[in-house]
Structure formats: structure tokens, C-alpha cells
Design a protein around this ligand. Structure first.
Ligand SMILES: [Zn+2]
Length: 256
């Protein structure tokens, strides 16, 4: 049994062949796919997909840092004030700070992040963190929330081994995806040295396809390539990597 802890299967990229995509995932023993939300626009397609198969899918809600603009307060209220959005979610995400694409709304990104971390603590929900060129800024904010019981995962973990150790010290998980399979990446050293107990597997579909599918659209069936790579790097057999990373995801997101 495998879990894809981060997958945007509700995006238009999958409109044409969603049923086949799901079948391919199930054929690879993917039994849970977590759908993180991006902004108010993506709520509807995400919940529609969720409702089509509530056993396979789980959802989280959140305002992605790249979607934080001048109107972020309005966006947050659209996402968080509607009770129907909240009943079925298992976490808050994806949220965080992204200083790679655009620094214009850095202040607003911090405020939106704060609001959503507070919300996660108050509702005892794990968070899915997106951080790009912003690890220090993100860790500084997270420190404030750790005493309130905040838990979560750094999706598509972007850092080096030192930073990975710091995140593990926070009790957070590292989301490992396709980047691990690319040449010259930090992730090899990170995965080699970090205990499997802190690793979650994810595809981030449709982005970041693992080798040998690099360059093509990513999909949840490819999670098997990530597990194979982790297994090879850590020299732990495939079944054991699958069962421990699945257990980690179940623990963090309180899945059945
Ligand atoms: Zn994502």
C-alpha cells in the first residue's frame, strides 16, 4: 500500500483522462491520494474530485504563498469561513512562503501564513508547508507555533542535510518526491542520513516527474519510482520503505 501525500489531480492537466490516471495509481497499490488546495478557485474542482471517491482521496485547504496577493484577506475568508469547506479536510495546505517567484507580497505572505498556522493549531490539524528560497523565514515563524502543538510536513523539501535535521528536530516530516531522482540534488544526502520515520512520499503531480518519466506530466502511479529510489539509497527493501512511509502519513494525517 502506497500513499501520495501531495498531488494536484484536480487541475485541468488531468481533465481528459482522470479515470485512467486513477486506475493506473490503484494498479500500483496507491490507496490514498492527498489533494492540497491552492486558492479559492481550486476549492470547487478539488472537492468535486474528492466527492467522486472519498475513500481514495483526502483534502486539505489553504492559500498557497504564490496565490497571496493584495486581496489575500478576502481569499482567506472564502477558504476558511465556509463551513462546508471544513468538514472533510485532514489538514491545512499548502501554505508557506515563496520568495523565488515574486517577493512583492512578502509581508502579505507572512500574514497569510500566520493566519493559517493559527487556524491549524486551533483545530488540531497538520500543515503542509511550501517553502522556496525562504527556509529561514519559514522556520522562524514555525518556532512560534511549535509550543502550541503544531505538526506537519515540508512538502517537496527544498533544503540541505543541516536544514533537514532542524526540521526533524521540530518533529516535522520531509515530503520526498521526484527531485530525489534527479542528478546533483541535495536530496540524496538528506534521504541517506535522515531516519525513514521522518519521510513521506509525494508526487506533486502534475509537476516534478521522477526519472524515468522526467519531462512528462507527473501522476500518482509514479510514486512507486520514489519508493524504489528511497529503497535503493537507504538500502532498505521496497516493502519496508512502503510500509514505514505509509505509516508515517497515516500518523501525521490521522488516516484510517
Ligand atoms: Zn503542491
Amino acid at each position: 500500500m502506497l500513499i501520495d501525500t501531495h498531488c494536484h489531480l484536480y487541475l485541468p492537466e488531468f481533465e481528459q483522462d482522470i479515470d485512467e490516471t486513477i486506475k493506473r495509481a490503484e494498479a500500483q497499490s496507491v490507496s490514498k491520494i492527498i489533494l492540497p488546495n491552492i486558492d479559492s478557485e481550486s476549492l470547487n474542482p478539488m472537492f468535486t474530485l474528492y466527492n467522486s471517491n472519498a475513500t481514495l482521496f483526502s483534502t486539505t485547504i489553504g492559500l498557497h504563498p504564490c496565490s497571496v496577493k493584495k486581496d489575500y484577506e478576502e481569499e482567506l475568508s472564502k477558504i476558511f469561513k465556509d463551513y462546508t469547506n471544513i468538514i472533510n479536510i485532514i489538514g491545512i495546505g499548502e501554505i508557506g512562503i515563496d520568495l523565488y517567484w515574486d517577493k512583492t507580497f512578502f509581508k502579505e505572505q507572512q500574514k497569510a501564513f500566520d493566519f493559517q498556522l493559527n487556524y491549524a493549531c486551533e483545530n488540531d490539524l497538520p500543515v503542509i508547508i511550501h517553502s522556496r528560497n525562504s527556509l529561514k523565514e519559514v522556520l522562524d515563524i514555525l518556532k512560534i507555533y511549535l509550543p502550541k502543538g503544531l505538526r506537519g510536513v515540508f512538502h517537496c523539501f527544498p533544503g540541505n542535510l543541516e536544514e533537514a535535521k532542524q526540521i526533524v528536530d521540530f518533529g516535522f516530516y520531509l515530503g520526498i518526491g521526484g527531485i530525489l531522482t534527479y542528478k546533483n540534488n541535495n536530496m540524496l544526502e538528506v534521504v541517506e542520513n535522515i531516519n525513514l520515520e521522518y519521510i513521506l512520499t509525494e508526487t506533486d503531480s502534475p509537476y516534478l516527474s521522477p526519472v524515468p518519466h522526467r519531462g512528462k506530466r507527473n501522476e500518482p502511479a509514479f510514486i512507486i519510482e520514489i519508493v524504489k529510489y528511497i529503497s535503493k539509497i537507504k538500502n532498505i527493501d521496497f516493502e519496508k520503505v512502503a510500509s514505514i512511509t505509509t505509516k508515517n502519513a497515516k500518523t501525521l494525517f490521522k488516516l484510517q
